[in-house]
Design a protein around this ligand. Structure first.
Ligand code: ZN
Length: 320
């Protein structure tokens, strides 16, 4: 690949991925291993260093300017400290940026995974060319990142944009954060699957009742809705309604030029867009109603692309 290059790394709960990247957002071959989430920080840092060494070898003689690291949070991108990783063992106040820099000898930027994906979509994807956007990722959790006036909104300790924990129903289902009725509890893929299982346990007639031997997933609900199953259609309509209601709050809070939807559940955006649009028309103040919402375009690679953009930024390299 032509230089300059950085190494983008995406630390996830199940997989750890890395690739070379160029200033126009092109990623080289993605190398992927299984994250040792139970092994503690030392093991994971060693995994990252090993992966970086493999990817760096692919650069040949082309200099590598740094590493952009995307990680679950909460974390502080200014100090490079990961506070906790809920699905990992033994992570408490880990200076991840410093540890990776020490092991690799390269400068490292660290950013929250949803914020990294927001930057990736902004610089290289569906948000290219605008100055303000909100990125919403709907998968296991519901998270996001906010770009305002041409920069990522960081806030205190870099923790702005935890949009999934807006309370939308004070008497709603319990969220992973402990509060009732967060947007995440109502509209994440996990929330959708849990609501589906509750309806099925109540005896709702549905093709989903035929799934045996494993819990019903959000993907199952989407497939049922596509096949015209009445419960699947109703659940996706509720999902779309909660997405629309949350998006209206984001419009009012941040006045983005676009709202970009990523994550697995957004693969069903075609089934939900009419209802989301209806909620926006019904609830948003008039000047906000024309703001478009759209699917993300980088899929699962948005975080890697965003991490690369941050590493180039830290190195003073202009993006193409
Ligand atoms: Zn919450």
């Amino acid at each position: 690949m032509p230089g300059p290059l950085v190494i983008a790394v995406d630390l996830g709960g199940t997989s750890l991925r890395a690739a070379l990247a160029t200033p126009d957002g092109q990623l080289g071959r993605i190398t992927k291993i299984r994250t040792d989430a139970r092994g503690g920080p030392d093991k994971v840092v060693a995994q990252i260093a090993g992966l970086v060494a493999r990817v760096r070898a692919e650069a040949g003689d082309t200099p590598v300017q740094g590493i952009g690291l995307s990680s679950p949070g909460p974390l502080d991108p200014f100090t490079g400290t990961v506070f906790t990783l809920p699905t990992f063992q033994g992570w408490q106040d880990v200076p991840l940026r410093a540890l990776v820099a020490e092991r690799t000898g390269l400068p490292v930027t660290l950013e929250n995974d949803a914020a990294s994906a927001a930057i990736g979509e902004w610089r290289f994807g569906a948000g290219k060319g605008v100055d303000s956007l909100v990125y919403v990722t709907v998968s296991t959790g519901l998270g996001g990142g906010v770009i305002v006036d041409g920069r990522l909104l960081h806030g205190r300790m870099g923790m702005a944009g935890h949009i999934g924990h807006m309370t939308l129903d004070p008497d709603g289902p319990r969220c992973g954060c402990g509060n009732p009725g967060c947007w995440e509890a109502l509209a994440s893929g996990t929330g959708l699957a849990r609501i589906a299982r509750e309806r099925l346990a109540e005896g709702a007639a549905s093709s989903l009742q035929d799934i045996a031997g494993r819990p019903v997933s959000a993907e199952d609900v989407v497939a049922a809705a596509r096949a015209g199953d009445p419960l699947g259609v109703a659940l996706i309509a509720d999902e779309a309604r909660w997405l629309g209601i949350g998006i209206v709050s984001l419009l009012h809070l941040f006045s983005p030029e676009r709202v970009i939807l990523g994550g697995g559940v957004s693969n069903a955006l075609d089934l939900m867009s009419d209802i989301i649009a209806r909620e926006i028309q019904a609830r948003a103040m008039a000047p906000f109603r024309s703001v478009p919402f759209m699917a993300a375009s980088l899929g699962g690679n948005a975080g890697l692309a965003g991490a690369a953009a941050l590493a180039f930024g830290a190195a003073g390299t202009q993006l193409a």
